[in-house]
Design a protein around this ligand. Sequence first.
Ligand SMILES: *Cc1c(COP(=O)(O)O)cnc(C)c1O
Length: 422
Amino acid sequence: MTTASSIDSNEDSPQARHRAAVHASADAERCPLMPTYGPPTVQFVRGEGPYLWDSNDINYLDFLSGIAVTSLGHSHPAVAAAVAEQAKRLLHVSNLFGTEHNGDVAATLDRLIGNGQPAGGQVFFCNSGAEANEAAIKLARRYGGHGRHVVVCAYQSFHGRTLSTLAATGQPTKWEAFQPLPEGFRHVVWNDLGELANTLDETVAAILLEPVQGEGGVNPATVEYFKGVQQLCRERDILFMVDEVQTGLGRTGQWFGFQHFGIEPDVVTMAKALGNGMPIGACWAKASVASAFRPGDHATTFGGQPLATAAARAVLATMQAIGAPDRATEMGEALTTALSRLPYVKEVRGLGLLIAAELDGLDAREVAAECLREGLVVNAVTPSALRITPPLIIEESHIAAAINKLSSSLDTVAERADSSAD
Ligand SMILES: *Cc1c(COP(=O)(O)O)cnc(C)c1O
């Protein structure tokens, strides 16, 4: 029988070679942090509105917003005050007791999901997008019952990094190192209703889709697709679950991305912008679906605690006061128009202020690095596309400044590519 120790003693085993490689790179790094991210390029120490300052006091325009998180800009006074006051009052008591704010925040989310009218749902609070999707997946399994547990997702989707949300994520290259993953996930081609219909059988409990695939390259769903998915779900009593972790809370020009498509999902997950930087996630479900959960089925120590929900309450009140979705629409149109006029940009796609600029022959990672040197924060969402997700509070003048910086970055990278080709 092969035992762990017999594997260990074989210096030529794949495990031994893997360990040697890991040790070599860890020695070389001597960093107190695990090597899950690349080496940091700059360290930001301060922010205000759409601006950031690094440790050398250099100023940047932030058109990434911590990956669609700080939608109200940095250090928003209403959010900062809510967090500071709550920190002085009460931080945490556990979910064994009632908590101020979380009922209010849940009711507000229910009304935003219902476009101003109560949508008849209930909310489970957690701490991140992955946890919101975990809750949705567990709810789908509880609702479906044994033997009816499969969740169908799309290729190029992103749903998180925990084992089950990784299994839901439609990017096979991210699965490989972590096999075996939890079973019960099936993947279909994005925006292809025929393929989706063909994969449905009596084992399918839910379909989980993003209204715009964010990490997958900013790929919006089509209206026909989402309407068709809803119809298939209703015909077969399958849950339609939308992952609004990146698209939710005004970014796309509606409170939630699904509202562009005239559908009514059964489950909605969200996180990123909900706390404007305070970690908080939420899973909303129609009450008839949420009732599949019984006390003890799902839980979290921190979820819905007063510090996070105080931030969320301030975020939602501010977003409603400024009409965040309309601002995203208006600024999104201005930014899309300006981006489309740039040389080396061959396509601009997205909704509202969730935008990707597809580059013509330039490496998006090089362009993003050059932008950072120019004082503009954006990110390469694919090797050929930049993701541009500024805070929803930007004005025309910020767009003009960002376009200037991006334009000169594109020129610099193009010149470099030309001269290395000579
Ligand atoms: C970011 C993201 C997640 C994961 O959220 P975390 O807070 O990083 O766990 C899930 N789904 C989508 C669509 C996302 O963009």
